[in-house]
Design a protein around this ligand. Structure first.
Ligand SMILES: *[C@@H]1O[C@H](CO)[C@@H](O)[C@H](O)[C@H]1NC(C)=O
Ligand SMILES: *[C@@H]1O[C@H](CO)[C@@H](O)[C@H](O)[C@H]1NC(C)=O
Length: 480
């Protein structure tokens, strides 16, 4: 060991510091015991990565012992920070899940902010009750964090809901990437939130709760992930605008908004869209809209999703969920043409319809690849001609003009309707060169009946491959 250490010690300083920065702080501290040079290096190491789970094993220790370890963990962090004095620090990652003193945590955060930290990661959870048995005050981050002029990347995580954002006076002029998991409630509106981040490029807010009319407006934003909190009570949905002309990636999941007045996504390359609906709304979509005024308004709102789709029309890669397809069934006659689209991902669900699939395929004149996550969908009279559900004369018409070359089918459940759709796709798509079918992973691979079915599917695919001049294959689970 010591020999190795000598060898290591002869490496140049920058290399050593890089090695140290890959170790967690605890390991680095242990290493530094071995040589004075390492110790000095630790002092000037610009990255600290502190994780209390390396110290504490809640299952293994009694309460008494636990308190002791907790104390020595906090002392260790104090010591590590004190050793470093006021030398500049680049990255600080703090993961505390086991009941660290809030005041201490904030002292540590202030310490690194003062030393100009640019990458800050906080994974914090505090116990509901303090050591005196009383309910603890809600945790508040130090105000310095919201006015930092050095933070570039900020990542915040908590399991039980820490209130991560400060309403007023927040301004982070250097922040390029912000990632918050579980934003309980967006304090102000999204416009104010984003305007406090003038150079923001990546924003990840999932899940989060928002209520009002919102406009995401940013010239710098390139990647945006927003997932509304699905567990939040269904509120009267707001109107949402995206005025983000530099955005290249959008991952958006929310209930249907009343309207999408501005959707400026001129440079968007990839979009993942999940429009959530309640079961009641599904019933409404399927019932022919009658004279009931309320219903008509709801249906109108669903038709407004077209405006969002229209804003996505420049994308090259698009993923749509089963709920989204169902909502789009109301706006088939106003579906935009996706001239740049090369890759389409469609997620199916047995309770959601496929009526929008034919028009989607017709409106993607340069499509190369489709990935179907499941083929099984809700069958109706209007199922359309992209699947094998209903026989009728014009079946397959929307596929004839579709130039797709490659299809992947995942989660294949070995059912007759799926086989019918597979044959229908092979038969009708004129440019199809390759079809890969992946079996549902949940099937029991030792079940003889399942194995027999696999063999049959493999034979069927071989036959189809020859018949339709396509490289068609079936892939058993776990054979990748
Ligand atoms: C989108 O934003 C850009 C940049 O601000 C602007 O030039 C363009 O006109 C906008 N497009 C639409 C459709 O609003
Ligand atoms: C849908 O769009 C129309 C026209 O753009 C707008 O007047 C209406 O308020 C929107 N929302 C609803 C629920 O009708």
């Amino acid at each position: 060991m010591l020999e190795t250490m000598d060898l290591v010690s002869s490496l140049p300083e920058e290399v050593l510091c890089r090695i140290l920065s890959f170790l967690t702080t605890k390991e680095a501290d242990l290493t530094s015991v071995l040589s004075k040079r390492w110790r000095n290096l630790f002092v000037s190491c610009p990255n600290l990565d502190i994780d209390d789970s390396e110290f504490l094993h809640p299952q293994e220790e009694g309460k008494q012992e636990r308190n002791g370890v907790l104390q020595s963990f906090m002392d260790f962090v104090d010591r590590a920070l004190a050793l470093q004095g006021d030398s500049p620090i680049k990255r600080f990652s703090l993961k505390c899940r086991t009941g660290i003193d809030q005041v201490r945590v904030n002292l540590w955060i202030r310490n690194v902010l003062k030393r100009g930290v640019s990458d800050l990661e906080l994974v914090l959870d505090f116990p509901r009750y303090g050591s005196d048995g009383n309910e603890d005050e809600d945790y508040e981050l130090p105000w310095e964090m919201f006015e930092s002029k050095t933070l570039v990347n900020l990542k915040l995580r908590s399991e039980f809901g820490v209130d991560w954002w400060r309403d007023h006076g927040t301004f982070l002029p250097m922040l390029r990437s912000l990632s918050i998991k579980d934003l309980i409630l967006l304090p102000d509106d999204l416009g104010v939130f984003v305007s406090a981040l003038p150079v923001i490029e990546e924003l990840y807010l999932a899940p989060m709760t928002w209520y009002w009319d919102e406009t995401v407006s940013s010239k710098s934003l390139r990647k945006l992930t927003v997932h509304a909190n699905c567990f939040a009570e269904f509120e009267d949905p707001k109107s949402i605008s995206f005025d983000t002309p530099s955005l290249v990636y959008l991952d958006y999941s929310d209930y249907v908004a009343a309207d999408y007045p501005i959707v400026n996504l001129t440079n968007l390359v990839e979009a993942r869209l999940e429009v959530l609906v309640t079961e009641d709304q599904i019933q409404l979509i399927r019932a022919a809209p009658d004279s009931d005024e309320y219903d008509v308004v709801v249906i109108q709102r669903f038709r407004n999703v077209t405006k969002l789709m229209s804003g996505l029309r420049n994308v090259q890669r698009l993923s749509l969920t089963a709920d989204t397809l169902e909502v789009l069934s109301l706006s088939c006659d106003s579906m935009p043409v996706f001239n740049n689209l090369k890759f389409l991902n469609i997620k199916s669900h047995k309770e959601r319809g496929w009526q929008a699939v034919p028009v989607l395929l017709r409106n993607c004149p340069h499509l190369e690849t489709i990935v179907f996550e499941g083929l099984i969908h809700y069958v109706t009279e209007d199922c359309g001609d992209a699947c094998g559900c209903i026989s009728r004369e014009d079946k397959g018409r929307s596929l004839v003009s579709c130039p797709v070359k490659k299809i992947e089918i995942r989660g294949f459940e070995i059912t007759v309707p799926e086989m019918k759709t597979i044959r229908h796709l092979l038969e009708s798509l004129p440019c199809l060169k390759e079809m890969k079918i992946y079996a549902e992973e949940d099937n029991d691979p030792t079940n003889l009946e399942v194995l027999r079915e696999y063999e049959l599917i493999e034979m069927a695919m071989k036959y189809y491959g020859q018949l339709f001049k396509c490289d068609a294959s079936f892939i058993r689970p776990g054979s990748l």
